[in-house]
Design a protein around this ligand. Structure first.
Ligand code: FRU
Length: 697
């Protein structure tokens, strides 16, 4: 029907949006022509959260109006210069107190309040998130107006936050919306759209809040769906509430399901031997402990989105560190905004905590509850369910990421925990007889987040060992530890680096059956665009100390289990390489490991090229490089040992037996040879082996 089409084209031409008119985005250094009275607003826009305030989110850029300056009590106003209303809607971000006339923004026309709005909060708890609000000002177009931000209230939620005031042809405001559902299957599936705005969504059963979370709730197109486990509310009514723009159908897309598996097309792109969560975001490995035949891998997890947020402890178990079974989340935020940050786990063999039951030792974990401090939880069912110690938190301080360990010589528990001051980033050491009462012992400066502390023997030197202290960036220091204080070993005061590239917040396993020191890092920044999960763990490595010509160094090599998980491969020996000649063929998959031992002349170079991604050793420069990740590396008697681990999202390079490891996230392109080896004249490859993974299963 051409006439209908014609009308539609005409309407959309007429209705095409004019550009927005920004009144103030508060990014400038000063308030400019806006005038303040009183003290609550300071002399210039705030830069995010103010001292003593819960984290402020949802504002745009760096600056915003935030009247929490000096706390809730100070009062004041902030008034704009006059402006002309040129669009039908005035949109802005607003948060803070919900008191009309007292914590509000007013639109004044002819000195009268023509429109007003407040933040959402009146009760303790609540959220410092700014949300969009809109006024329909169509009847005021052409008039001159003034905006006034008011903080005339002291005490709880006696402040107001505003940002991004914009005149627009379209409204952006949100209003409360809810939907009641009867739980008919185990999982409530929430649709996520990676490009949508973050909304706070609350699931209640009667008065009880079951979940209170942030989610980029889809309204129409969904990138993927995420499950909320409602096993305990089967057949019951739940209410899902959030704030949505007028006309939004987001809540209509909620559905129940018994199925968690992703489509096969998605699974075909998941890394084969690197851990990824089934859905959602992951970061730090947490609570690494071996117990009763299982390696536990807990991890920082956002079950409800592709980005960081809503920190839970996800949970997976494995018998071999290669094949993982994902279990339900182990720790969930206690209340909105009180997240479960990183921590560690131990087996309390002697039941010093008294948490054990029926003669079986409990698993005990320590984690940071962002709203409380360092907290303890325990499990009597092999980590499947966890109970909080009733007197949490056990330590309150300015820090996070508790690492528990048993110090045998002094027969006590130790907690190494990150602590910070205005000009200090440190690791604190506390001790305890029972994992419940803790005493501060000492502090070492110069380490940031996620400490780990363990003792390692120097290989082949009976009786010689060092304590290794690491933090999130992976740099390590060798020293001694007497149960209370870490002292750098003479000559080892300088930190050293083993890992380079996509690697962060690593932790080692406690209680391994064979005494191996196994480390797992977060391959921070290895992303999976278009898939329902994001980020991966690094390959688990066994750590050792070895004497080198430069002194004792920490080495990391993939755990032996990885080799055992191979599903195919081959070995070649004594290859002489010529420029331009590729001597390897027959590799087909997208998950494999190549090991090469090569003699490289002083000015020579060798390149292993896996799926189009080169790893280059340059003997003249003494560097090993994979794309933009590079590390210094010398030959050992003219020889180079290289292992290149290729998986669907990454390359890891283990050089000279694990003295140096490179980690690089890669979005591989199709249509290139799986493996090439290229070298300058005179390079000899004594041994080359390929292990393939993920085939023939
Ligand atoms: C390190 C870290 C930790 C914190 C956690 C939060 O990556 O910032 O310090 O506990 O992540 O997810």
């Amino acid at each position: 029907m051409p006439s209908t089409l014609y009308c539609w084209v005409l309407i959309s031409l007429v209705a095409a949006d004019r550009p927005d008119v920004i009144i103030n985005d508060f990014e400038a250094e000063t308030y400019g022509a806006w005038k303040t009275q009183g003290t609550a607003f300071g002399n210039s826009p705030a830069r995010g959260t103010l001292p003593g305030q819960m984290e402020v989110t949802g504002f745009q850029g760096k600056g915003l109006v935030n009247s929490f300056l000096g706390g809730d009590d100070p009062k004041g106003t902030l008034t704009s210069p006059p402006f002309t209303i040129e669009r039908n809607h005035l949109n802005f971000l607003i948060g803070g107190g919900g008191y009309p006339g007292e914590t509000c923004i007013n639109l004044l026309v002819n000195d009268y309040v023509a429109r007003t709005a407040t933040g959402p909060n009146r009760n303790a708890g609540g959220s410092e998130r700014l949300e969009w609000a809109s006024w329909d000002v169509s009847n005021l177009v052409g008039k001159t107006a003034v905006l006034q931000v008011v903080d005339n209230r002291a005490g709880g939620w006696g402040h107001i936050n505003v940002d991004q005031i914009v005149q627009s042809d379209r409204p952006r405001g949100v209003a409360p919306k809810s939907r009641e559902l009867t739980v008919s299957r185990r999982y409530l599936m929430l649709p996520v759209d990676n490009n949508a705005e973050v909304r706070r969504l609350t699931i209640r059963q009667g008065e009880t809040i079951l979940r209170d979370l942030d989610i980029k709730l889809a309204d129409g197109h969904a990138s993927f769906t995420v499950p909320v486990d409602l096993a305990n509310a089967q057949g019951k009514k739940v209410e899902v509430s959030t704030r949505l723009p007028a006309g939004s159908k987001a809540l209509e897309a909620l559905a129940f399901s018994d199925k968690l598996e992703n489509d096969l097309a998605i699974e075909a792109r998941r890394p084969v031997y690197h851990f990824t969560s089934r859905r959602g975001w992951l970061n730090d490995p947490n609570g690494l402990v071996y117990f009763d035949g299982e390696y536990h891998l807990f991890y920082q997890h956002n079950p409800y989105g592709w980005d960081w947020g809503n920190m839970h402890w996800g949970h997976a178990v494995s018998a071999d560190l290669v094949h993982w079974q994902e279990l339900g989340d182990a720790l969930i935020p206690r209340e909105y905004g009180d997240m479960a940050f990183s921590g560690s786990a131990v087996v309390d063999d002697k039941n010093s905590s008294g948490f054990g039951k029926g003669g079986k030792p409990p698993l005990v974990l320590a984690y940071t509850s962002t709203g409380r401090g360092e907290c303890i939880a325990y499990s009597n069912d092999r980590g499947r369910t966890w109970s909080e110690y009733e007197r949490n938190p056990v330590i309150k301080h300015s820090g996070r990421d508790p690492r528990l360990l048993w110090h045998a010589p002094s027969k006590q528990w130790v907690m190494a925990v990150y602590d910070e001051g205005p000009k200090r980033q440190s690791i604190d050491f506390h001790t305890s007889p029972d994992l419940k009462t803790w005493t501060f012992r000492s502090r070492i400066d110069g380490f940031f987040e996620c400490p780990d502390l363990f003792e390692l023997p120097v290989e082949g030197q009976a009786g010689r060992s060092y304590w290794v202290l690491t933090a999130a960036d992976g740099e390590y220091m060798l020293g001694s530890f007497d149960g209370a204080r870490f002292t750098p070993a003479p000559g080892y005061e300088k930190k050293r680096r083993l890992w380079y590239g996509n690697y962060y917040a690593a932790q080692t396993y406690s209680n391994t059956p064979d005494g191996r020191r196994i480390q797992v890092g977060w391959a921070s920044g290895v992303t999976f665009p278009g898939l329902p999960f994001n980020q991966q763990m690094n390959v688990p490595v066994e750590l050792t100390l070895r004497e080198t010509k430069d002194g004792v160094r920490m080495f990391g090599e993939p755990v032996a289990e990885l080799k055992r998980a191979r599903t195919g491969g081959f070995e070649r020996s004594d290859l002489t390489l010529k420029p331009g000649l590729n001597v390897i063929d027959g590799v087909t998959g997208d998950a494999f490991s190549v090991e090469a031992e090569a003699e490289v002349p002083v000015n020579g170079s060798i390149t292993l090229n896996a799926r189009g991604v080169p790893v280059v050793y340059d003997a003249a420069k003494k560097t090993i490089t994979c794309l933009d990740v590079s590390a210094p590396l010398s030959l050992e008697d003219g020889k180079l040992r290289l292992q290149m681990l290729v998986d669907r999202g990454s390359v890891e390079v283990i050089a000279n037996g694990g003295l140096v490891i490179l980690s690089k996230g890669v979005a591989f392109k199709g249509g290139v040879r799986p493996l090439e080896i290229i070298a300058t004249e005179g390079v000899k490859v004594g041994r080359l082996s390929v292990d393939e993974f993920g085939k023939g299963k």
